[in-house]
Design a protein around this ligand. Structure first.
Ligand code: FES
Length: 95
C-alpha cells in the first residue's frame, strides 16, 4: 500500500510504501527534518503532525518522556525518529 507524506516546509509530497520508518524515508528523500541521535536522546527531530497523527505508530514510553519535556502542551508533536508511517500524513518541523 502506498501512503502520502506531505512535508510542509519543503512543499513536497511523497508517495511511499506504508510501514516504513520516517528516518528511512527521509534518508532516501532529503527534507528539512534533521536527525541527530535517532534514539530518543537529542530532540533534534521534533515534528508537528498537521494531519494524520492516527497514521503514525503510537508514542512509546521513552518518546513520551522526552515529549513531556520538549513539548508538554502540544499533542501534535512527535519525534520523527520514532515514527513508522502507516497512512497519509502531513508534517512540518516543530518550532
Ligand atoms: S533524532 Fe534524536 S530524538 Fe530523534
Amino acid at each position: 500500500m502506498l501512503v502520502s507524506i506531505n512535508f510542509e516546509d519543503d512543499q513536497k509530497t511523497l508517495q511511499v510504501e506504508a510501514n516504513q520508518r520516517l528516518t528511512k524515508i527521509c534518508d532516501e528523500h532529503p527534507s528539512s527534518i534533521l536527525f541527530g541521535c535517532r534514539c530518543v536522546a537529542c530532540g533534534t527531530c521534533l515534528i508537528e503532525v498537521v494531519s494524520g497523527m492516527e497514521n503514525l505508530t503510537p508514542v512509546m514510553d521513552e518518546e513520551r518522556i522526552l515529549l513531556d519535556v520538549l513539548a508538554p502542551d502540544n499533542p501534535n508533536i512527535r519525534l520523527a525518529c520514532q515514527c513508522i508511517v502507516q497512512g497519509d500524513i502531513r508534517i512540518r518541523v516543530a518550532d
